[in-house]
Structures are given as C-alpha cells and as structure tokens.
Design a protein around this ligand. Structure first.
Ligand SMILES: [Zn+2]
Ligand SMILES: [Zn+2]
Length: 634
C-alpha cells in the first residue's frame, strides 16, 4: 500500500538549523523531483493541543462575522470554475484526501494516512499538509468518507480539529470505525458524524452528492456522483467489481449506468492495480480456498489478516463454523473492529464461536482457530509476537499452521519474511500468498478498470490512488479506451484540475496550496520535520560524532583536551590513532579560528569544526557521520 519518497528542500531556513548535517547535498534521495519545495509546514505539537483548540474556537467565531459581510465581488474567475485538488494519494498509495471547490464552497473526500518507509526512521504515520484547507476552513461544507480503511480515515483525528470540526458524512460501518478512532483520541462528539444510506442525496452548497455501492475488501465502500455547476464527477474510490463478494452485495452497476446516462464530465478512479492484467479474484473463490485449507489442516490454525478486512474475517468465521472450530481473537484493533461490525450487522457469526484464550485448553487443537493481525510483519502485532514466542497467551507448537492472508505492501517484504522464518523455526507449518492464493486484492485489475471507463464514458479522466507509475498506466488504459490524451490528467499532490462551465479543463498550480507531508512521531503532529528525518537518516547510516571543546571565555583558548564521543560510527577503542589525530585537528582549528571571533555562542567556531572535522573523517574513513560540535565556556 505505502511507499514514500522523502522530498527535501534546500531552503535557507533549514541551513540555519544547528543540527544540520554538514553535507546535506549528499542526502538527496533518488527518484524525487527536486523542483518543488516539499517542506512540511505544520508545527503543531500534541502538547499545544489545548492552546490550538482555543485558537480554533476563536478563529471560528471570527469567521462567522466575516461570513456575514462577505463581498461576493471578490470572487475571481477561478471561483466560477470547479477546482479539484488531490492533497494526497496521487504520488503514493495512502494519505488520500481530495478537495472539491466551487464558488464559496469546499467539500473534502477522505482523510487518510500513509505509513512511512525505511527512509523515515522513527516516524509512525504521514498525513497530507492541510495548511491551505485550514486557511479556508470557513468554506468547508462537509467531509465525505468513502470507506473505513486507515488510508481513508486515519488522518481524521489529526486534521479535523484544525479545520474547526466540520461535519462528516458516511455509511454506517465506516461511521462506526471513525467513532472508535475519534474516541481513542478523545475527540468524539466534536464533529457531527452523519450516517447515510446509499440512496440518500446530500446537498452541500454548490454540490449535490449521490452514492453507489462498490466492492472492496471492507463492506460499505461507496463511490460518489458529485453533481456540480460544471457537470457530474464520478469518484470511484478503492474498488473492484466482484459479482460474488463475501457480503453478498455486488457493486451497484445499474446506479452507475443511470448516473452515467446524465453525462459524466470527469471520472476519477483507483489506480492501485492498474498494472495488473485481467480481473481481480472474487471473494467467493477465496472463500473456497480458505474452506479447502481448513478441511486439510489437522492442528491449530493461526490466521493473520488486516483488522479492517471484515470480508476476510467473515470467511474465516464461516470456515471455522463449518469445520467445528472455535475462534480466539487476539489484537486490540481486531477485537474493536469485529465488535463494531457485529453490532452493526456487517458480520454474521455463530453464537459462542468466539472463545477466550484461557478456554482453549478445553478443546483439542483441531477445534481451534487463532485470528490475529500482523500480516505485514508489523513488530507489535499479534503474529510477530506469536512468532517471537512472546505472545501473552498463544504459544506456538509443532503441528500448528499459520496462514498469512495478505499480499506484502512494498517495503514490508523483509519484515514478513522474518516473521515467516520465526514461525517455521518454532515448528509451525506456514501458508502464505506465494504458496497458495490465500489473498485477493480489494482493487480492480485492468479489465475492471476498463469496464468502469466504458460504463461512465467520461469526457475527462483523472486516475487517482497510486504511485505515479500506477497512475500513468491507468492513464494509458484510458487512452486505449479512446479518451483523448489531452483529456486525461495525471496530477501530483497539490496540483489542481480546473474545469470551466464552458467545458474546458486544465491542470494548474496555486502557490498558496502547500502539498508537503506532515510526519507524525508518537504523540507529536508535524513537530518532526524533514530536517529531523534527515538527521535520523544520517545517524542510522554513519552514526554520530560529538566533539566537546572546553574554552576559556576571555581568550577562546582550549582549557583542556577536546573530548570525543562516537556512536554508531567507529569503535573508539580500536581507533586510538584516529581519535588522537582528530583531537589534534580540533586543537589546531581552535588555535587558529577560536580567537578570530569571540562571540557568545561560538557559532562560527562550531561551524568550522563541523565542516573541517567532517571532511577530515571522510578522507580517513569514507563515512559521513553527523558531527555535533559542543562548546563549553569556563
Ligand atoms: Zn481501501
Ligand atoms: Zn485506499
């Protein structure tokens, strides 16, 4: 699902940063476009949340007054065009957030997060930069959420409060997941969550929004027909066409056809699997595979999947019931989601089929299924714990079979491989995607994508949801279906598709719209910027090297020998010579430069030491550790 390229800017502000690495130009990551300043801009920390809330409330109150005296003549021509801005989700799989703007009205579709890759040490999540939305929050008429996956709802608790808690509109299961998430963040009750049915029509300012059911690997996934003054937009979020889905509800083809008969100005559609030929496997075929697998296994079954994949969970319960197995559910998110799905009727299970792990002793191994998370090799999830032997209640033993039902998200392959190896070391038999087709994707393959284009016959086409190469492949499919090339728009995050009432469309940019990433590290939102990430990358690669100089404040002379601390760079004990030479170099530098400029913070001296010692170490070792010069005045 998630790959991320970290963009880095060369702005002067960052160069002033004290912890700036002395060779930042070496830190470019291949494959990114250096032309845009991608710096993240939000600076809100969780600790300042209360202050932020107060500010938001004040700002909202002010905005009300402004709204009453608003002069419509200040609308520029562009306000009479429909502007569609993907703030995230078109350069990556994840952090989906799309803005629709016409006149004074804005609606937002989805608010997702993305997971970091190995170039972002210590980062938990990434969310889109919503500064522009925050500045225009008074105009937001509503937030529509298409389904309950984290790449569509995950950023809600981080972003919604900054937008003045606008109302959310969505389907029942998605609403259940959102409420649970808001509750975990202590934000429940601030935004109105409007639960709709698929046949409702929503009027939000200049927009009229209608819904159609789409298949995905979570129930209640909806596509949108957004009727605007310049025509109809069909928004097909994550979807596939499945005639025999696990919940028995196929996509609403007749509704798509009916909306299409009114004319479609623009189709926006999921590109995740645009490189895969043919059709996506039906959930029913997968159900048969799970059934067959269960019938063959004699011992315990450990089944790992995504906690939001309610369709898969349903199939596991079906097979468990058929083969007379009880189910132990482990993992907080899985327990939560099953509870929500059960209470809303999206999951049908036999009474008493779920048991607590303490009750397992009462049953023979061939009557037990352990349902858990961690199919991506996540360290803290149930499967990895079981595989390491440190799960609280589940101890693996010979005769167990672990089934991992998910395709690896790019970047997670090694973590998954490690978990699989650990499982086999502990004596388990392992079944995963490569051995058996145990997972089917929730995203349309090429033939389904073509069918969507054929059904909607759009004038303009904008592939969404995917890395750039997926989006381009989807654009090519559109071309092969005779949509003129100039009517197809493959945008980057933050770019704008502008459609006029005269029926013309063009891709534009607006310097006011930032499109960077906001990094979330623990409880902090956006308090970790690219500089911090780059520091972490440097330290992870070549370690750090601290030079401590104790100086006499009157004459800038060294009071005693410089001190050196090295972490993750070289082992000090075996490198006495190098350390001695470095100390000698530092002495020389202080003697020649220290007196030059006596200044309170010794910034000049520290810069010289950082540059010179960095260069010296590179010559000796061909490594570039982060150099931290520290001056102590006495
Ligand atoms: Zn999804
Ligand atoms: Zn998605």
């Amino acid at each position: 699902m998630i790959r991320k390229t970290l963009y880095h800017s060369q702005s002067g502000k960052q160069n002033q940063n004290a912890s700036q690495h002395n060779k930042q130009s070496d830190m470019r990551i291949p494959g990114h476009r250096p032309d845009k300043n991608r710096g993240q801009t939000a600076t809100t920390g969780a600790k300042s949340q209360d202050r932020l809330d107060a500010l938001i409330n004040k700002a909202t109150a002010l905005d009300v007054h402004k709204a009453q005296t608003l002069n419509t003549s200040r609308y520029t021509a562009s306000r009479q065009n429909l502007r569609i801005i993907p703030m995230g989700g078109v350069e990556e799989v994840g952090e989906n957030l799309t803005v629709f703007e016409y006149g004074d009205d804005i609606i937002v579709v989805d608010m997702g997060l993305a997971f970091p890759d190995e170039t972002m040490p210590g980062i938990d999540y990434i969310i889109p930069d919503t500064k522009w939305l925050e500045e225009n929050k008074r105009r937001i008429r509503g937030v529509i959420i298409t389904h309950g996956h984290l790449d569509h709802i995950g950023a809600i608790p981080y972003i919604l409060p900054k937008l003045g808690d606008p109302p959310i509109y969505t389907m029942p299961l998605t609403a259940g997941f959102i409420k649970k998430r808001l509750e975990e963040f202590g934000l429940l009750g601030r935004s109105r969550i409007n639960v709709l049915s698929k046949d409702d029509v929503l009027a939000l300012g200049n927009f009229k929004v209608r819904f159609f059911g789409l298949n995905h690997n979570i129930p209640d996934s909806i596509g949108l027909s957004i009727v605007t003054p310049v025509g109809q937009v069909i928004y097909a979020t994550d979807w596939k066409f499945d005639h025999t889905p696990a919940d028995g509800k196929p996509s609403e083809f007749q509704k798509i056809a009916k909306f299409a008969s009114e004319g479609v100005t623009l189709l926006m559609s999921d590109s995740t699997n645009a490189e895969k030929p043919g059709y996506c496997m039906s959930e029913r075929d997968l159900g048969l595979t799970i059934d067959r697998t269960f019938s063959d296994i004699k011992g315990r079954i450990i089944f790992a999947t995504f906690s939001t994949n309610i369709s898969r969970v349903q199939q596991v319960f079906n097979a468990a019931a058929k083969y007379n197995r009880k189910v132990i559910v482990t993992g907080r998110s899985l327990v939560n989601n099953i509870e929500i799905a059960l209470s809303l009727g999206y999951l049908k299970i036999q009474p008493k089929i779920i048991i607590k792990s303490e009750q397992a002793k009462k049953y023979p191994d061939n009557q037990i299924v352990v349902l858990t998370t961690g199919s991506q090799g996540e360290d803290a999830a149930g499967l990895a714990r079981i595989a390491r032997g440190d799960h609280k209640t589940i101890k693996l033993k010979t005769g167990d079979t672990a089934i991992v039902s998910a395709s690896p998200i790019p970047g997670n392959e090694r973590a998954i491989a490690a978990v699989l190896s650990n499982l086999t070391r502990l004596g388990a038999h392992v079944i995963y995607n490569k051995i058996l087709d145990i997972h089917t994707s929730g995203h349309a393959h090429q033939e389904e994508l073509k069918l969507m284009i054929a059904l909607t016959r759009p004038k303009f086409f904008m592939p969404i949801h995917g890395e750039h190469h997926m989006i381009v492949r989807h654009a090519e499919l559109g071309e092969s279906m005779s949509i003129p090339k100039e009517n197809i728009f493959s945008l980057d995050n933050g770019q704008i598709l502008e459609i006029s009432s005269a029926g013309t469309a063009k891709a534009t940019e607006d310097s006011k719209i930032a499109s960077g990433y906001v990094f979330i590290d623990g409880l902090g939102i956006g308090d970790v910027g690219e500089v911090v990430i780059r520091d972490r990358q440097v330290m992870a690669q070549d370690g750090m090297f601290v030079v401590i100089m104790t100086l006499d404040r009157r004459n800038g002379k060294l009071v005693n020998q410089p001190d050196i601390i090295s972490r993750g760079f070289i082992y000090m004990k075996g490198n006495d010579d190098l350390i001695r030479e470095v100390k000698h170099e530092v002495r020389k530098l202080v003697e020649s430069k220290g007196k030059e400029k006596l200044e309170p913070n010794w910034a000049y001296l520290r810069n010289v030491v950082r540059d010179e010692i960095g260069e010296y170490l590179y010559q000796k070792t061909e490594r570039r550790p982060m150099i931290l010069p520290v001056v102590i005045e006495v």
